[in-house]
Design a protein around this ligand. Structure first.
Ligand code: FAD
Length: 413
């Protein structure tokens, strides 16, 4: 029997890679130590955020960070106990927060983000899963028009990527989204976007489709790699070794631990994020939104109204903090003053982030081991395109974009 390609990690990036490899006629084993879609891909905001080309580390971060860290109402948090360990990453991350590097990061993100709705549709085309991709508008909600204008850098970059908003003010705001109270005085609306109403269920069903088409899903932890003459020959797992021709590391933040098994130290840290679900809400927005002041997104989902966002720099072994959840709830109460609900559910997840906010997509030298991680705030969005690119690289089909910015080689010197 043909030896398989093993894809490690069944989040949005891994399942997309497995599907595209399967479509290219490869034998694929998709592995996860748990059920599919239970990592960062579980609780994200569900936005197919094709406009989200502006990373967190833009030039304004230098003046915003000190304010944010001392202001308890700001959406940026730091787990101070992790600071010493994280300092080298923070230094690199901040060093990229200048005009030239920010422009480079935006230009790196454009090719993997801006056609994401079409990429998700391609992933599920001609399958029973097409209903998962919901067409929608997407709005940024600001307290005032002046706040929208204050966000000019970010909107210039979005326009550069092809996304120009229609701006609503006054009564038009509440006419467009009646759930919004008077704390929102300006909406910047993007047409032609998309979202997912239950990311974990979407991923679970993509994996079920993959196995129905002959793919294999194994629930087991990958522990190590065995190479011969510099090339991967087998994966060591909790249920024994698995021979393979190639391996793809799509393990989100935990890719850092797997890279360490290969003797490679990658500057990958987590921007921890949180969600609150308001169950049985009395109101829902028609379309997803970003509440700009609180830096969280709101998505009308199957299980309720999900508010997801905030950034807490910290580590991926520590449990959740209370402050980000409190903040989400406070801002949600401010912008949705009439919202009633039966109960809330809370969650924390680990965005996997590199210092230049650009994922690692490519082969590690000539090892047959590929990387597909580091998608920070946009892994749900960029997963299908990343998976397609990885499948093309592995099967020798040249993708039609310049892959240099994503090459893992930048961290392997
Ligand atoms: C609050 C929040 C809101 C967000 N909102 C959005 C959004 O609206 N849109 C968007 O595009 N992105 C969003 N993101 C970011 C997005 O969720 C992530 O970028 C994305 O989920 C990363 O996907 P992944 O497949 O790389 O990793 P993950 O989904 O984390 O999957 C990694 C998988 O690897 C498995 N694994 C790890 N180690 C091993 C091992 N040794 N052996 C076997 N399996 C292993 C894990 O169990 C896990 O299932 C958000 C993130 C957060 C936290």
């Amino acid at each position: 029997m043909q030896k398989p390609i093993v894809v490690i990690g069944a989040g949005m990036v891994g399942v997309s890679t497995a599907i595209w490899l399967q479509r290219a006629g490869q034998r694929v084993i998709l592995m996860d130590r748990g059920k599919p879609g239970m990592g960062a891909s579980y609780g994200n905001a569900g936005l197919i955020a094709q406009w989200a080309v502006v990373p967190v580390n833009t030039p304004s971060l230098w003046k915003d960070t000190p304010k944010y860290l001392i202001n308890p109402n700001s959406p940026l948090f730091l787990k101070w106990t992790h600071l010493p360990k994280m300092l080298p990453w923070i230094a690199k991350f901040m060093s990229n927060a200048n005009a030239a590097d920010a422009q480079r990061m935006v230009d790196n993100l454009i090719p993997i983000l801006t056609d994401a709705v079409d990429q998700h549709k391609s992933l599920v085309r001609d399958t029973p899963l097409e209903h998962w991709i919901t067409n929608s508008k997407f709005s940024y909600a600001y307290p005032t028009h002046a706040d929208f204008k204050h966000d000019a850098y970010s909107w210039d970059m979005k326009r550069h990527a092809g996304f120009t908003p229609t701006v609503l003010t006054g009564k038009d705001v509440q006419d467009a989204e009646p759930i919004l109270g008077p704390a929102t005085g300006c909406l910047a609306v993007l047409e032609g976007q998309g979202h997912i109403t239950n990311p974990a269920q979407y991923i679970t069903e993509v994996v079920a489709h993959f196995t129905a088409q002959g793919g294999e899903f194994l629930e087991a932890e990958v522990q190590d790699f065995t190479k011969s003459n510099g090339r991967i020959t087998q994966i060591e797992t909790a249920i024994g070794p698995i021979e393979c021709t190639h391996a793809v590391i799509t393990a989100g933040i935990w890719s850092k631990d797997l890279m360490r098994k290969l003797g490679l130290s990658i500057p990958l840290e987590t921007e921890r994020g949180y969600h609150v679900i308001y169950k049985n809400p009395s109101q829902m927005p028609d379309d997803p939104m970003m509440i700009a002041k609180g830096k969280f997104a709101v998505n009308p989902m199957d299980m309720g109204l999900r508010c997801a966002g905030t950034v807490e720099l910290g580590d991926h072994h520590a449990g959740p903090s209370k402050q980000p959840i409190k903040l989400l709830k406070r801002y949600a109460a401010e912008v949705f003053p009439a919202l009633e609900y039966s109960e809330t559910e809370e969650w924390m997840g680990f965005r996997p982030s590199t210092p230049n906010s650009t994922p690692l997509i490519g082969e590690i030298g000539d090892t047959g081991i590929f990387t597909g991680f580091g998608h920070q705030h946009v892994g749900l969005t960029a997963g299908p395109k990343t998976g397609r690119i990885l499948a093309q690289m592995i099967t020798g089909d040249a993708p039609n974009i310049d892959l240099t910015p994503y090459a893992p080689a930048r961290y392997l010197r």
